[in-house]
Write a protein that binds this ligand. Structure first.
Ligand SMILES: *[C@@H]1O[C@H](CO)[C@@H](O)[C@H](O)[C@H]1NC(C)=O
Ligand SMILES: *[C@@H]1O[C@H](CO)[C@@H](O)[C@H](O)[C@H]1NC(C)=O
Length: 282
């Protein structure tokens, strides 16, 4: 009889210990969850994607990036700036439009992001730059990681920067119609604004760390240099920026692909002053 009671008591004791243990685990998990969600509330990323005509790339990009950023607990909003006019492509002006039309008041940092580049390495993350070495700007695709561009000063592809840093830089020059060089000029703006620039460290996968969707047979680059274009685009432009940009948004809609978080699309008609840049149309 005595033995049986003892047995029951130790059984109860064991049950209580197990319950306490489970309670501890639950409490710890909830603290961790709360910490994680606090991190998520602290910073929100705005991804600006300059765009035209490449729906096959966009339809791969949106679901891929949504998963990539959700896996890393990075709350984000994507704005696709679609150049709907018939001028030559103007990546810098489209990035300026993305900043001005972002529609994400709690986004405190931005990724200027090519639509044809997908990060594909487990250690690549898109942190708030000041949290990563105290930088204002973080180049995610430096020349030793970008699949295609390897010159020392290269700063295109994917660039993270705080909203303040972009504002301080004055934005991109609007004079670059056609392919290339606007990112080199933007780098000079960042440096002259005294912003600190960091780069992602090299990875063992090197230039295979990103998937380059670009298919030059389908989307030929517009590398023509016409009229006074060389003169205006091979030097620092001190006349134009996001404050002097003229454009019209002709349509806005949201685009959800494959269950990914919907992106905002703005269809934009840029203004070209043919007196200054006659090469905006060829
Ligand atoms: C990313 O890399 C892995 C191999 O490391 C590969 O299997 C996968 O297809 C790549 N993703 C894309 C989108 O190409
Ligand atoms: C980066 O790492 C890859 C792989 O280890 C290597 O092949 C490449 O030379 C490195 N690049 C630089 C700039 O260190």
């Amino acid at each position: 009889m005595q033995l049986k009671l003892n047995g029951q008591r130790s059984c109860h004791l064991l049950l209580i210990v197990v319950l306490l243990f489970l309670l501890c685990i639950a409490l710890r998990q909830s603290v961790q969850d709360r910490l994680a969600s606090k991190q998520m509330i602290d910073h929100r990323l705005l991804i600006i994607v300059p765009f035209r005509d490449r729906f096959s790339e966009l339809s791969a990009f949106l679901p891929y990036m949504s998963k990539f950023l959700n896996d890393r607990h990075r709350p984000h909003h994507v704005i696709v700036v679609d150049q709907c006019d018939s001028f030559r492509f103007n990546r810098g002006a489209l990035l300026n439009v993305g900043f001005l039309e972002h529609g994400c008041s709690d986004c405190d940092y931005m990724a200027l992001h090519d639509v044809d580049l997908l990060p594909n390495h487990s250690s690549i993350d898109y942190p708030f730059p000041p949290d990563k070495g105290g930088y204002d700007v973080l180049h995610v695709t430096p020349p030793y990681l970008h699949p295609q561009y390897h010159y020392k000063e290269y700063m295109g592809g994917i660039l993270l920067l705080t909203r303040e840093a972009f504002a301080k830089s004055g934005g991109f020059s609007n004079l670059f119609w056609g392919w290339g060089r606007e990112d080199d000029e933007f780098r000079l703006r960042l440096m002259e604004a005294g912003l600190s620039i960091g780069r992602l460290r090299n990875l063992s996968s090197g230039t295979a760390s990103f998937v380059h969707l670009h298919d030059p047979r389908r989307h030929a680059r517009d590398s023509r240099i016409v009229g006074n274009q060389r003169e205006l685009t091979f030097r620092r432009d001190r006349t134009s920026g996001m404050d002097s940009l003229r454009y019209r948004v002709t349509r806005r809609y949201s685009l959800a692909i494959d269950g990914a978080q919907p992106a905002s699309v703005v269809c934009v008609h840029l203004h070209c002053d043919t007196g200054v840049t006659p090469y905006c149309a060829v």
